[in-house]
Design a protein around this ligand. Structure first.
Ligand SMILES: [Zn+2]
Length: 444
């Protein structure tokens, strides 16, 4: 093993830690080396991944704007069997990238920043520092435990997955419309959350301060403490970005409360009423609901009505935006701020296999995120079975030339990655380069 590699005996899920520190042990019991070998040999989309992470900077490229060493300056990390964690891995080209996976059979892989020198030389370069990285977001279902009754902790079900769907819609819209970003890659984390990689040039070049500012802008939900009232505080008038978010989440709120039974028992409705900063309204509604049966829709109508009444009768009403605050406190995306803030934070690679579930971290099409079913995402064992049964049942000469992923349930996810994300990204980089080349009279 080369001495430049940084090997630690403390593997963990970087994206599962709340503070970015390596604190959680991960056990890698489920996945066999032979299975990983087949997966890396025949299915992992190294080509598309390499094209993404190169951003049209090819080792063999010769246009004047091509940075030949770009991919080589990207940090990768592997978590191997036995909880061995290796940082600062560097690959020169597509072949080295794939060969390293095949040789080491990592159980988990993370992607870090692009540095000013190849990361394997990190000890030898005195000014070694990250120069760019995708702006990333991590949304984890465990952060929603106070508004879930169906599951808690690492568990998810179709009912609470709705929280992720809503979070994708809100964040995707804000990133595109408020920041003008175009190249967003959404990925299922393999278990209970989603990641977003913002790949526009502007986003990749953001320094830590700029990243923190974007995250702060997108953090209407401040969480913390048992007091629900503190979790979202809106100004009047409501910020246009949050007004837009409300248009997405408000229509979901009633059904979400109904499905989770959030207004069913006094215990639960007390938590929602606690967000109303007027004791009179809280008492009035509590009494009304204890004395006569009201279904969820009726209770939500009661809250709105009581708030409207207070606003119409009070000059400086404290409840002007309270209903909207309640809705956002339940359904606005809850971001893991530390993952987004630091350029040097590593995040699990798309197409990595989740060590606990065996599911592949596949892309999610944000335009069809309602249709995304985390339980339908194939496990690595499903994929190997798909290949085997394909060769048995459909292995004709015509299909012999099909790429292996097309013989498996991975096909639609790889197609989505290529068509919805990679192709538009490459087209825009090439167009931008042509623009610069024309301006400065460079020849390609
Ligand atoms: Zn659930």
């Amino acid at each position: 093993m080369p001495q430049t590699e940084n090997v630690q005996n403390s593997a963990m899920e970087l994206d599962d830690t709340k503070d970015g520190k390596h604190s959680k042990k991960q056990s890698f019991s489920g996945i066999r080396d032979e299975t990983l070998k087949l997966y890396y040999e025949r299915l992992f989309p190294f080509g598309p991944m390499y094209r993404w992470l190169s951003y049209c900077n090819m080792v063999e490229g010769d246009d004047p704007l091509n940075e030949k060493d770009f991919f080589m300056r990207r940090e990768f990390s592997f978590t191997l069997a036995g909880d061995i964690y290796i940082r600062y891995l560097t690959f020169k080209n597509l072949k080295e990238y794939k060969d390293a996976y095949l040789k080491r059979l990592p159980h988990k892989t993370d992607i870090g920043a692009v540095f000013n020198a190849p990361p394997k030389h990190h000890n030898a370069v005195s000014s070694f520092k990250p120069v760019e990285k995708e702006l990333v977001f991590d949304i984890d279902m465990t952060d929603y435990d106070d508004v879930r009754t169906c599951c808690s902790g690492a568990k998810i079900c179709p009912l609470c997955w709705k929280l992720m769907t809503v979070a994708i819609k809100v964040l995707d819209h804000a990133l595109r419309n408020d920041f003008g970003f175009k190249h967003l890659l959404w990925v299922y984390s393999g278990r209970r959350g989603v990641h977003c990689w913002v790949c526009d040039d502007r986003a990749r070049k953001l320094q830590d301060g700029g990243r923190a500012a974007v995250v702060q802008y997108l953090s209407a939900y401040t969480g913390g403490g048992a007091e629900k009232a503190q979790k979202v505080k809106l100004r009047d008038p409501i910020h246009p970005s949050l007004a837009q978010a409300l248009e997405v989440v408000e229509p979901e709120f009633e059904q979400y409360c109904e499905e989770q039974g959030l207004l069913e028992t006094q215990d639960r409705w007390t938590q929602i009423l606690a967000m109303i900063p007027e004791a009179g309204i809280r008492q009035e509604l509590d009494e009304q609901w204890r004395n006569s049966f009201r279904n969820t829709a009726a209770k939500i109508a009661d809250i709105k009505k009581a708030i409207r009444k207070n606003i119409s009768q009070t000059k400086f009403s404290k409840v002007r935006n309270t209903y909207e605050e309640i809705v956002l406190a339940h359904l606005y995306p809850r971001l893991d701020v530390n993952v987004s803030k630091g350029m040097n934070h590593l995040l699990k690679s798309p197409w990595s296999v989740h060590p606990k579930t065996g599911r592949v971290c596949v892309p999610i099409d944000p335009d069809k995120c309602e249709d995304f079913d985390p339980f339908a995402v194939p496990t690595i064992d499903d994929l190997i079975r798909d290949i085997n049964s394909f060769s048995k049942d459909e292995g004709t000469t015509d299909s012999a030339n099909l790429p292996d992923y097309q013989k498996t349930r991975m096909a639609p996810y790889v197609e989505c990655f290529k068509k919805k994300f990679l192709q538009p990204l490459q087209t825009s980089i090439r167009a931008r380069r042509r623009e610069i080349a024309t301006k400065f009279d460079m020849t390609f």
